[in-house]
Design a binder for this molecule. Sequence first.
Ligand SMILES: Cc1cc2nc3c(=O)[nH]c(=O)nc-3n(C[C@H](O)[C@H](O)[C@H](O)COP(=O)(O)OP(=O)(O)OC[C@H]3O[C@@H](n4cnc5c(N)ncnc54)[C@H](O)[C@@H]3O)c2cc1C
Length: 404
Amino acid sequence: MQQEWTNWSGSLRFTPGSTETPSDEEELAQLVCRAASDGRTVRAAGAGHSSSPLVQTEDILVSMERFRGVEHHDPGAREVTVKSGMMLREANRAFLDLGLALENLGDVDLQSLVGAIGTGTHGTGRRFHILSHHLIGGRLVNGRGEIVEFPMERDSEFVLAARVALGALGIFTALRLRLVPAFRLHRREWCAHIEDCLADLDRLIEENRNFDFYWYPRSDEAKLRTLNFPEEDQKTTIPYARCVKEMSGWSGEVIPRQRELRFDEIEFFFPAEAGPRCFREVRKRVKARHRKSVGWRVLYRTIAADNAYLSGAHSRDSVTISLHQNNTLPYDEYFRDIEHIFRDYGGRPHWGKKHYLKAGDLRPLYPMWDRFLELRQRMDPEGVFLNPYLSELLGCGRTAPLHA
Ligand SMILES: Cc1cc2nc3c(=O)[nH]c(=O)nc-3n(C[C@H](O)[C@H](O)[C@H](O)COP(=O)(O)OP(=O)(O)OC[C@H]3O[C@@H](n4cnc5c(N)ncnc54)[C@H](O)[C@@H]3O)c2cc1C
């Protein structure tokens, strides 16, 4: 009997028709080829840390857990090709062994690298991009079951689409990344009143390599997090804040943290200049309508503009605001209400988190939306990699009749 699949927060559950764990590219290619000729669908799953139903399927679910390890390393170019099933933590360690690192990381490292790339996962820091920015090529199995290589040198356009692909262009088997030299950071966490933090926000963002803050609606307190190169961090001062924790280490050791309590989350990307106003409006609404039911925090981060077609930060330096809700409590009414504000500020949703937007809402937000869809159609003409959620999200359906 098939086992039920559950995401990290427990808000998504489904039972796939079958779960496949191919051991190499050829086996995966044959699997997709068979699925295509039988009119079936295939979704690839990473670590299940997304809370939008991207991987949901009643048909074939593919796990890439057997695709592990470094395939190729070019020290001069700081390039590494890894097999696509590597977890982020495992990848960080492998990169460090080669003296390399991703320039930035998000809050945890328990996702797969390919899943993080697939949804535009990001950390914070106004000079740093989403993780996908490192992707400069790789290989995938397309909807016809063909193995396709897509080096940046030959097909830079496809790489820009592949950087945030939602699992809709094919199943990646290898990822080629250009990395940066490994580096150490000094991390500090501070407590302050939210008004003091907001009054000083520009300086905090400007002067720290990485800065973000959590606002706690019930107390109006904020937790500030700063990360800087250890030798430069001596000058960091926040006179109105109390430093409550600090540590130093390699970037992969100090940026991600453990998350003991499970939560659901909605997060949107905004033009950087709109961030503070949007946050103030969210804060006002949370206090007016949701404070009784919301004990959790609101997170504010910054990201540099990039050119990946479906990146939340496409062509604009961005701020992200995310709402967390304990996974044992209802989130729907809260998230829907605040999403109205997010949309008023031109917000683009994080693809791996909750949101309520559909193709018609999304298309005007992404200048390269149509081009992404053309490439998707080229890679997967029969919609082998579509599920009902993706069809609605992207506004495209299967062109072949479904398997009876
Ligand atoms: C506790 C927690 C903390 C988080 N922190 C952050 C954060 O700091 N910043 C942030 O931006 N996000 C964050 N997220 C969101 C998370 O990074 C994304 O949802 C990410 O996509 C999850 O990766 P995954 O490995 O779980 O992939 P999944 O959720 O399993 O899949 C994500 C997508 O990748 C696709 N995919 C998987 N494997 C392949 C493959 N081989 N080829 C092609 N496509 C594939 C799937 O089909 C799907 O579309 C967090 C989530 C949680 C639960």
